[in-house]
Design a protein around this ligand. Sequence first.
Ligand code: SF4
Ligand code: SF4
Length: 408
Amino acid sequence: MSKKPCSASFGGSLTALQLIELDACSQCRECLKVCPVQEVTGNPAVSPPEKIRMFRKFLKATNGLKARLFKKGDIDKKLLEEFTRAVFECTTCGACGQHCTVGLFTQRLWPYLRKEMIERGLVDYEILTKMPEAIQKTGNPYNFPTADRYRPWFPESVKVSKRADLAYYAGCSGAYGAQPMVRGDALVLGVIGDPFTMLPEEEEVCCGFPLFVSGQHDLMEELTRKLVEAYKALGVKTLLCSCPCCVNVMTRDWPLFYGKELPFRVLHITQFVVDALRKRKIRVKKELHERLIYHDPCYLSRGVGITEEPRQVLRSIPGVELLEFERHGLNSRCCGAGGAVRKVFHDNAVAIGRLAIDEAVRKKADRLVLSCPACYGKVNEAMQDHDKKITIVDIMELFAEYIEREEQ
Ligand code: SF4
Ligand code: SF4
């Protein structure tokens, strides 16, 4: 991608609504109360009003009346660097938007502000900039071998059909980084028993989320088209996945990059499981006398509004006592892993993850239930060298142990 000069007009990536949103921020600072990065760093530069204030300066310098009539003003390089760091240090959790007094949709706004910085070559986090090449080479942003995508976690006992109405997409983070989670998904699908298909390893490429959220949108259309056409060719009517980021990008962004409505619906695995319970395809075979606390992933709760189904799944197990974090559902606190830069801002991510661990321990939960591969990896990491410990389990990893097929 050829880079724009820093002085090029800002705002070109934003929709008219997003430009209005930037203007609408009243700088009331209400959102600071819920920002997890503020909570652990106290750095005002990362706060939403400060990022917005800085971006407004860039807009004014390159697009304001003075810039149009006379000449574009210079933008202080230090300010650009400070802004770039701030917009990437944000986990894009969207809590600020949930609490915004004027209703800004920040979870969507930050990736586009990041895009403006990417386009100017101001981002040098290798973990991000090497992603497009890794995806083109291996199909995943981590550069792991394509042939290992479904190994060793996919259970031999579960049958995958060549073609089916239903398809399961494992996703890169689950397949390579949170294997108990995707194994749990496959086991649960096996018990439900509806025939389902999967793409071959080399065709199940990245959904595009890490590229989208980091503002690197060049490959989005190609990836979306490749995946949508591949599922369409298999006759898929329902696409299932468990990673909140995949569900988010598939439902919100794929139609935009595909240029029209998708030829199938996308469901989160908990939605499919709740339906299977309701239709009595499966039943819970044993009790679990534990206090479980469920953490809502930002891109599942605030991203696509799925908060009730995971709780219904957990409550379906007799004996479970379901606890809640003080901030839960649409108001949940990020686990620290969001935004695709958790490795760059590792200390922040660990400190935020520990807030969840500490609260779960304080509430005397027996296990902390997660439903996101990024949370799974980061909260486990946050526990290392921490004085508080709790057992972590993925929702489907847990549920798979408690169900059997209902004889029809
Ligand atoms: S998206 Fe989350 S981390 Fe980023 S500014 Fe908003 S509350 Fe803070
Ligand atoms: S709550 Fe909304 S309007 Fe107030 S400072 Fe935050 S982003 Fe701006």
